[in-house]
Structures are given as C-alpha cells and as structure tokens.
Design a protein around this ligand. Structure first.
Ligand SMILES: CC(C)(COP(=O)(O)OP(=O)(O)OC[C@H]1O[C@@H](n2cnc3c(N)ncnc32)[C@H](O)[C@@H]1OP(=O)(O)O)[C@@H](O)C(=O)NCCC(=O)NCCS
Length: 186
C-alpha cells in the first residue's frame, strides 16, 4: 500500500508541512517507537503492553492494520491498531488502542492513522469495526452506537461510548456479543 498524506488545516500555510502526517502500516523497525507513543499517550504502560500482546497473537493480529502516522522525518508520532475480534461468532475488527505523542495531540495525527486503518481494513474486505472510546471523537469517522448494529458488550458500557461502523454499508453486519482478543482481558 502506498502511503498517503493528510494535513491539518487550522495552521497557517507556512507551518502546515509541520503537520502533514504520513500514514503507513507498521514495519518491524517501528515497534519501539509504537511502544513509546503508547507509553507517552496513556497514564501507564497497559496499552503499550496490550499492543505487544496483540502483535504476538496470530488470532488477533491482522497484518497491515497497525498504522503509524509519521512526521516528514519518519518519526512515529501516532498509532492506530485494528485487531480481530468476533461479533456473534463472526469476524469483525476492534479499533484499539489509538495513541498520539502528547505534544502532537490535536494536530490530526490520530485521525490520519485511524482513517488509514479504516481504509486498509476496507481494502481487505473487512466490514464491521467496533470501538470503545471517546463519544466526541469517533463519530467523526462514521461510528455510531454499536447497539444500532445489535452489537453488545460483555461489560457495562454507556451507549455513546461503544460504537460501530460498517465499512461497506451495503453488506450485512453480524450482530451479537463482541468477543475481544484474549489480550484485552475481557
Ligand atoms: C485520542 C487521540 C488518539 C486523538 O488523536 P489526535 O491526533 O490528538 O486527534 P486529532 O488531532 O486527529 O483530532 C482532534 C480532535 O480529537 C479530539 N480529541 C482528542 N482527544 C480527545 C479525547 N480524549 N476525548 C475526546 N475528544 C478528543 C479533539 O477534541 C479534537 O476535536 P475537534 O477536531 O472537534 O477539535 C489522542 O489525542 C491521544 O492519544 N489521546 C490520549 C490517549 C487516548 O485517549 N486514546 C484514545 C483511547 S484508545
């Protein structure tokens, strides 16, 4: 897949190249930087450990769906991960975690990585994507309440934070309880 670029439009033209993010699937050499991004973005190391546990689980990991956003020098500033889950016993994807270095949050890197991940998943013929996260953030990618898809969680969760997206709205999506990869521990 060829990398593509996205830019943040709230900054003046002369500095916009500072916020032009290049997105691409992770490569082996990115692993340490991905860990560093997740450690920096979250209060502890749980999410960084989660990414590594998912990477080592062939039932969870889908090559090409761990996306990095890099700056022009190639430094990884953002990361978004889609891994295999099931819904009602049928294959789906879980989007988690998503992380951006604190100093770069709010400049479009997270959105760029997520959009690239969703595009890559669509190209692979995937359809249903589920995310548990910020109610104000994920709807911009088209996510709506998972309950509207008949998707339930094995834990209590507010309806506006447990969201789903059909990458191809013309295809049926599975319904039922989501089963996350073992590494999520739920
Ligand atoms: C959430 C996160 C991945 C978003 O990436 P980002 O590059 O900062 O976000 P973008 O610049 O692409 O988008 C900015 C938008 O996201 C919103 N946003 C960022 N963090 C948010 C949060 N914690 N809750 C709700 N909205 C958030 C901003 O308000 C902004 O909204 P606006 O466009 O309406 O002004 C990043 O902020 C991050 O790493 N946060 C800490 C870790 C985390 O909470 N991860 C998500 C849970 S898995």
């Amino acid at each position: 897949m060829s990398p593509y670029e996205t830019s943040c439009s709230v900054f003046p033209e002369e500095v916009i190249e500072l916020f032009t993010w290049i997105t691409r699937p992770e490569q082996h050499g990115d692993i340490a930087e991905i860990r560093a991004v997740n450690v920096a973005a979250f209060p502890g190391e749980d999410e960084a450990d989660l990414v590594e546990a998912l990477r080592s689980d062939p039932q969870a990991w889908v090559d090409g769906l761990s996306i990095v956003a890099t700056d022009a020098s190639g430094a990884v500033v953002g990361h978004a991960l889609l891994t295999r889950c099931s819904v009602g016993g049928e294959a789906a994807l879980a989007l988690a975690p998503c992380a951006v270095l604190p100093g770069y949050q709010g400049t479009g890197a997270g959105s760029a990585a997520i959009r690239a991940g969703l595009d890559a998943a669509k190209q692979r013929g995937e359809n249903l994507v589920v995310v548990l996260g910020h109610a104000d953030f994920y709807p911009r990618f088209g996510f709506t309440a998972a309950s509207g898809f008949g998707v339930t969680a094995p834990f209590e969760v507010p309806d506006d934070s447990f969201l789903a997206l059909a990458l191809d709205p013309n295809q049926d999506t599975p319904s039922g309880e989501i089963k996350y990869a073992t590494a999520f521990g739920v």
